[in-house]
Design a protein around this ligand. Sequence first.
Ligand code: AMP
Ligand code: ZN
Ligand code: FE
Ligand code: FE
Length: 290
Amino acid sequence: MRLIDLHTHTTLSDGTDPPAEVVRRAARLGLAAVAITDHDTADGLPEALAEGRDLDLEVVPGVELGVEVGLKRSAHLVGLWLDPTEPRLAESLVWAQGARRRRNLAMIRRLAELGWPLDLERLNARAAGGLGRPHLAAALVEAGAAKSQSEAFARFLAVDAPGFVPKERLGSAEAIGLLRGAGAVPVLAHPGILGLGWAALDELLGRLRAQGLEGLEAYYGEADWPRQQRLITMAAKHGLAVSGGSDFHGAAKPGVLLGFGGGTLRVPASLLPGLRARRQRAPGEPAEPI
Ligand code: AMP
Ligand code: ZN
Ligand code: FE
Ligand code: FE
């Protein structure tokens, strides 16, 4: 069975491998396709796509956006096969990067109040562009505030922890519209992070589907096989295509392997046609009919 990975991060957000290296790793593993889905940025895509062409590996250009769905936590949308030059999406990514910067500053201020002043310049030096909570976690560990990144999250950075500041986020309808407008297939990623029961997730999927959602990540590391099966059934019920990915972050999440998640993840390449069929237009086709 050929395998794919449709959810990965690079140094352009909070991963530790540059885009070309993620693609090379995917090629070494023999994956049939890999999507690059950095948080709030498409800046890693040209490098990844070029490497994919060199290695004859399908690279799916993507992005991951945290969006408002009326819950304390953000839902994460992965947009697959997007056109990063589409102006409205490009503008929204610039806005999202600004929201991220404002939020980082507020969290750094909060952490200083809690007795852990961090140096913004040093933080920026460790992040190529997309500074985020994992970088703050690493800095807190270095400063001695926590023994591990997961402890740093639990004590300071998680949604309920004292250092947390929410990020301004797009509404789900708006984000889905932006992704669709850029030709992308909008997919709800790792639904488990929302902490919902099955009935609430079912209701949310109905709502997001009505807003134009096209796919559900049913194969992901934290979902065991029975849960994956249940998500596949739920995707079918809502007319959603099934996607899957590891959420690879390189050494930032050493327990998450490209293609294989925690070790047992297998995302079949047979998902690709169903997902591709949801693309909003063929490659090269203009955004507006002429
Ligand atoms: P941000 O986009 O800056 O809010 O950071 C999100 C990143 O933090 C994602 O890559 C998450 O996987 C990671 N993250 C969120 N919660 C935790 C946690 N409790 N432990 C470790 N990493 C986390
Ligand atoms: Zn991340
Ligand atoms: Fe995510
Ligand atoms: Fe992710």
